[in-house]
Design a protein around this ligand. Structure first.
Ligand SMILES: *[C@@H]1O[C@H](CO)[C@@H](O)[C@H](O)[C@H]1NC(C)=O
Ligand SMILES: *[C@@H]1O[C@H](CO)[C@@H](O)[C@H](O)[C@H]1NC(C)=O
Length: 221
């Protein structure tokens, strides 16, 4: 009896430790110095296969140096600097982005399923917020030099209510944070979400669903 009791206590402790160590970091830890992503390799795994050779250019990206165009519908533009642009980030568990906002621009409510985000305001002022699973909005106005954090997986947004453009640098604890923009996910999915799901979920009519769909539809060029 006593031995069995000790064993089950041990089993519970192992379970707790395993749970904690799995949930502390975002991307899995690396097993070697580098594993530069071979983005064209057909092998599918958690991350990308490693290239046999690499050099400094696999760890380099100049794409965040300049502001991006912000004349889109939302008046914002996210320029990613993740493993897709910087193959050397594969297995390293970090990435960046630059977000530019026109006056009035919005980075609409979205989530990153694989990363916490921390932003640093380069220029301008923003009203930012995230919503907890208890449905509480945590929000603040931030300005040049300020930092704000969006916890992993929670819905969040940034709005430029100022009269001048704004820019932030965003850091993520994932090589590829992933993004789901709430409105676009629901109203512009390939194979549309059934209309009766949207009418009931949002308590609106079919005409309103079609109106939102046509306004959010990606522009065909
Ligand atoms: C890295 O290797 C690629 C070819 O694989 C080459 O085009 C590039 O110039 C090299 N860059 C550096 C910084 O050595
Ligand atoms: C974002 O900026 C880039 C570079 O200026 C531009 O090519 C792209 O069309 C812009 N995207 C949107 C959604 O405005």
């Amino acid at each position: 009896m006593a031995a069995a009791g000790k064993l089950s206590v041990l089993a519970i402790m192992v379970l707790i430790i395993a749970t904690i160590s799995n949930s502390v970091s975002a991307d899995p830890d690396l097993l070697q110095d580098v594993c530069v992503a071979d983005l064209n390799n057909a092998v599918k795994m958690n991350g990308f296969a490693c290239k046999p050779t690499f050099n400094a250019s696999d760890f380099f990206f100049a794409g965040l140096a300049k502001p991006a165009l912000t004349n889109s519908l939302m008046g914002s533009n996210v320029t990613a600097a993740n493993v897709m642009q910087i193959p050397g980030l594969n297995t390293l568990g970090v990435s960046l982005a630059r977000i530019d906002y026109a006056p009035g621009g919005l980075n609409p409510p979205h989530t990153h399923p694989r990363a916490t985000e921390i932003i640093f305001v380069l220029y301008g002022e923003l009203d930012v917020g995230f919503i907890t699973t208890a449905n509480v909005l945590v929000s603040k106005s931030i300005k040049q030099g300020d930092i704000f954090t969006f916890p992993k997986g929670l819905v969040h947004f940034q709005k430029n209510n100022g009269k001048v453009p704004a820019t932030v640098i965003a850091a993520f604890d994932s090589q590829l944070p992933g993004v789901q923009v709430i409105a676009a996910s629901l109203f512009t999915a390939t194979t549309p979400v059934p209309e009766n799901v949207l009418t009931l979920a949002f308590q609106i009519g079919p005409k309103e669903v079609q109106k939102i769909e046509s306004k959010l539809a990606p522009k065909k060029s």
